[in-house]
Write a protein that binds this ligand. Structure first.
Ligand SMILES: Nc1ncnc2c1ncn2[C@@H]1O[C@H](COP(=O)(O)OP(=O)(O)OP(=O)(O)O)[C@@H](O)[C@H]1O
Ligand SMILES: CC(=O)C(=O)O
Ligand SMILES: [K+]
Ligand SMILES: [Mg+2]
Length: 577
């Protein structure tokens, strides 16, 4: 097994416990690569000071015959990573890639899947439904034919005031002192010094003297005259109008909040949602959520449509959403910190602290969190990231975000695969450092559960992770129907990976977004937990990925039909013999 470098706190404590001096790990640092690997010595099994909560079972001897790959339900990328890096070397932070014209061929999608893409994001702001359908088809094909496990997310357009998209890729420059007309009227051709807004009421409530900021600071104007609904503005800070550039209005240094006037779920969004449901997508990310209502509305709708396995993510990208953060987190299945638009609504310098706070709230409330936008922005153009971008990525990993997301870097940039590999390397490196620094121990877990069974499940997971870390087990196995126990384990950010066995494909695809969880689809018995445990351990052992002496912690929340469920929740530590 691999733990941490020999001088790490974990390794030291294991040595002091006389439990496993043979658990030392060497970090092989290649250029841009951390490969945690065994430092030699064999793990002795029973009687080697290992604590066993339950019995040590002998595992082995399952009859051959069926195809192990189908039985094991492990995706090819995790399998390869496990072989190459061992349990502890498996990446915990999940990776989301926005799919666009630069990466939508079957070959490109396969390369992203091989590169560790866990979730493919489709932004419904761009392109046609046919285009999106085609991408979803290709991802399903790769999952089925090549053994990947890539979930699909659609991201709604939502309502926002921006420059009308004429489809022209070029940007327009505004010079300081020049005067511009902002209007919602249709513009014929491209008249100079005129910009068309997408929303008729864009200037409602706006007064002469207000500041109009483009894309959170790309360019700034002052309103000098209001003629009907049109605004005549003087450029006070020169800059560019990119396609779909966003507007925000400021008065006396404060945002003039406008989002509540616009529907979070427009007609087009409902049609896109309908499309997503019929295509069986795993996640729907809602843009410009201002409170919990649209999230609840969509969840009810999915429930009525019997589409319960589709998870609803709320994107935090407005001032209003920050004010209602807790109710939004509570109502949704996960959160995306959409820093692009958030940076239009709040001053830049507040983004880092806001991100850290949202990440903390999400972990406390046990909801997965994606940190999104501009992570490696310079790679839309250049083949290497800036050092500052790498530091930003690492910081999100240090904060224990569940997932990182690529936007234009993969959608339109020529270096999408490279950008993905940089996320991969930077997260592995920071995860290793966090383990060595024992940072997991500083996480404070607020009590979540209200009912006794929920509190028992939560306590079991908290204790299981503490034990797993202290014992230096190789992997945590959990058997789960809806993913609850797996996510409670993930919330504690354990050192070993969490193998979540489920017979529900929706649960499997949803768990793809959760930190440190490797979801596996297998047939599970409702009544015979021992059979589930021995079968799954055997499947992995037979693949050569569990060896004699490896220690697995088994946590279960499957409800057997014949006994009380709480009575059956358990932690067991098993040594493979
Ligand atoms: N499906 C697509 N087709 C064409 N271009 C796309 C597609 N998806 C993304 N892009 C391009 O990639 C860029 C970055 O994508 P992304 O979706 O992250 O940005 P965005 O439009 O600013 O996001 P959002 O609207 O959710 O705030 C977009 O500005 C767009 O140019
Ligand atoms: C991702 C997204 O929507 C944003 O950053 O604004
Ligand atoms: K969007
Ligand atoms: Mg956005």
């Amino acid at each position: 097994m691999a733990v941490a470098t020999s001088d790490s706190i974990l390794a030291r404590s294991l040595i002091t416990d006389r439990r496993s001096t043979n658990f030392g790990l060497k970090n092989e640092v290649c250029r841009g690569k951390v490969v945690p690997c065994r430092a030699g010595g064999k793990v002795k099994g029973k009687g080697n000071g290992r604590v066993e909560v339950k019995a040590v079972v002998q595992i082995g001897g399952l009859e051959e015959g069926k195809k192990a790959k189908d039985e094991m339900g492990l995706d090819v990328v995790s399998e390869e990573e496990l072989r190459e890096k061992g349990f502890l070397g498996m990446r915990k932070t999940k990776l989301v890639c926005t799919i666009g014209p630069a990466c939508c061929s079957l070959q490109d999608l396969e390369k992203l899947a091989l590169g560790g893409m866990n979730v493919a994001r489709l932004n419904m702001c761009h392109n046609t439904r046919d285009w999106h359908r085609d991408v979803i088809k290709k991802i399903n094909q790769l999952n089925e034919e090549k053994g990947f496990c890539v979930s699909v997310m659609i991201d709604t357009e939502g309502s926002q005031i921006h420059v009308l998209d004429h489809g022209a890729p070029s940007s327009v420059k505004a010079e300081e002192g020049s005067t511009w007309l902002f209007t919602a009227q249709k513009l014929e051709g491209s008249p100079p010094f005129a910009i068309q807004a997408n929303y008729e009421g864009f200037s409602e409530g706006i007064e002469v003297g207000d500041e109009l900021v483009i894309d959170g600071g790309m360019a700034s104007f002052q309103v000098i005259e209001k003629v009907g609904n049109d605004l005549r503005c003087k450029c006070t800070d020169s800059g560019l109008f990119l396609p779909r550039a966003k507007f925000s209005f400021w008065r006396n240094g404060k945002l003039v909040a406008r989002n509540s006037e616009l529907p979070t779920l427009s007609k087009k969004d409902w049609a896109d949602i309908e499309f997503g449901v019929s295509e069986g997508v795993d996640f729907i990310a809602l843009s410009f959520v201002n409170d919990a209502d649209p999230v609840r509305q969509l969840k009810n709708y999915l429930y009525m449509r019997s589409s319960r396995s589709t998870r609803v993510l709320a994107k935090v990208e407005s001032l209003e959403s920050l004010q209602k953060l807790k109710e939004i987190v509570e109502a949704s299945d996960g959160i995306m910190v959409a820093r692009g638009d958030l940076g239009v609504e709040i001053p830049y310098e507040q983004i880092p602290t806001v991100q850290e706070e949202i990440t903390r709230v999400c972990r406390e409330m046990n909801k997965p969190i994606i940190v999104a936008s501009q992570l490696l922005e310079s790679m839309v153009e250049y083949p290497t990231p800036t050092r500052a971008e790498v530091a930003d990525v690492s910081e999100a990993v240090r904060q224990y975000a569940d997932a990182l997301m690529l936007s234009g870097e993969s959608a339109i940039g020529p270096y999408g695969q490279k950008a993905l590999s940089i996320l991969q390397m930077a997260s592995s490196r920071m995860e290793l450092w966090s383990r060595e620094e024992n940072r997991q121990s500083i996480l404070h877990q607020r009590r979540l559960g209200v009912s006794l069974p929920d509190r028992i499940a939560e306590q079991i997971c908290n204790c299981a992770v503490e034990m797993a870390n202290n014992l230096g087990v190789d992997a945590i196995f959990v058997y789960t129907k809806h993913g609850q126990m797996a996510s409670l384990l993930s919330r504690n950010r354990p050192y070993p990976p969490i193998f979540a066995f489920t017979s529900d494909n929706g649960t499997r695809m949803a768990l793809n977004l959760q930190w440190g969880v490797i979801p596996l689809l297998v047939e599970l018995s409702d009544d015979d937990m021992e059979a589930n445990i021995s079968t799954t351990i055997e499947l992995i052992r037979r693949k050569g990925m569990l060896k004699p002496g490896d220690v697995v912690m088994v946590v279960s929340d499957l409800t057997p039909t014949h006994i009380n469920s709480t009575a059956f929740q358990s932690i067991q530590v098993k040594t493979v013999v």
